[in-house]
Design a protein around this ligand. Sequence first.
Ligand code: FAD
Length: 431
Amino acid sequence: MAPTIEPVHTHPQMPASTTVVIIGAGIIGLTAALTLAERNIPVVVLEKGRIAGEQSSRNLGWVRKTSRHAADIPLALAADRLWAQMAERVGADVGYRQAGIMFIGRTEAQMAMHAGWLASVKHLSLDSRLLSKREIDALVPGGQGAWAGGIHTPSDARAEPTLASSAIARAAMAKGVVIIEQCAVRTLQTQAGKVSGVVTEHGEIRCEQVLLAGGLWSRRFLGNHGVSLPTLPLTCSVLRTQPMDGPTDIAVGAPDFSFRKHKDGGFIITQRGKLDAFLTLDHLLLGKQYLPQLKAQRDFLKISLGKYFVDDLRLSRRWQPDDVSPFERVRVQDPRANAGLNADALNNLKAAWPVFERAQIAQAWAGTLDVTPDSNPVIGPVAQIPGLTLASGFSGHGFGTSPAAGHLAADLVSGQVPIIDPAPYRFERFA
Ligand SMILES: Cc1cc2nc3c(=O)[nH]c(=O)nc-3n(C[C@H](O)[C@H](O)[C@H](O)COP(=O)(O)OP(=O)(O)OC[C@H]3O[C@@H](n4cnc5c(N)ncnc54)[C@H](O)[C@@H]3O)c2cc1C
């Protein structure tokens, strides 16, 4: 069952035209919409299901620089600044707390990985530092784990996925953005080789620019227009506990569990060591591009072939504007939580911090990530379709950077100086 987000009363009626159409009311589409609206640019956001119904409400809420690729850190630093101002900007709490993030390792090999990352970002002067076992015990008391060490970034943070998207959506609407739920975009319309509008299940909207922020569906949407975006779906299961006394306010990631405090006093827990890879045709079509990742992370994936393969095959890959599209067939991607992985996570956590013996499970859910071959998103124009900008493929870490990623997408759509250098996110890198 998906987490419940703060309700938002969206618009019942679609306008005939606007300047920018945004496809997808996840946190990326919404932050882009807010940024454009602040520049007085008319925007319509179209969402096939409900606001933040997919990844953007299901994520863990970690806002981190730690373990990001060096090229992705300027975006994370820009996002830190924007998160810090977000409550004031949108006039509502988004659960942002700069309580720090810590990763801990059991083996020297795991610690070498953390040390290697720290060396790779030395030029960025982050506040990350390696920790000894004694320092871990001091920061997170009551532990029994045999840790080789850890890495801690006090300026890393968390925010609440169930608050943030709704608050941003409401603020965007107050500035004139039209958001329509239950409205799938089927295809783009073009005139003289440039985007001129979109065809939705409820009719057409003329526009000058389209921003595609469709999460894991962007690949299928672009595929119908003959453009290949390499993203693969991976599924992550999550637990939330009832409010309880925990050992720390810091978010902690170990090799086989993670936990972070929830705004209601409970904890959000996941099995960090395993993701479900439910095979689909795309895994077979794109697998080769992911071989380096697969080699490095083979043990992280629980690969299985079953229902998802068949369900996915049944969804069209090519359709016409008057056909019912795959986006109407799957309003909200709601995978079943893997009870085994969730139980492992909680058991591993209990063994490390026995205070979690008292944890009562309040809710379990899963969400599907859109992962690119280099684990970084695409934020940039699609050269084959002038007037189309893409912001997708956030590879399991797009919530943390979302305020800056949406801002960057809005900069590119509106021709403003980009908030950071967009070069690492160019679509062409996968050509
Ligand atoms: C379990 C889990 C844990 C995670 N933990 C973290 C974390 O701790 N920190 C972090 O930084 N990131 C995390 N992530 C990743 C993060 O949630 C995503 O990177 C981020 O939410 C992506 O936002 P998005 O707007 O691109 O996608 P989404 O939230 O998936 O939104 C895309 C939206 O587009 C809509 N859409 C698609 N196609 C169409 C169409 N044709 N017409 C209309 N609407 C359409 C979809 O219905 C969907 O609502 C996690 C993800 C998951 C699933």
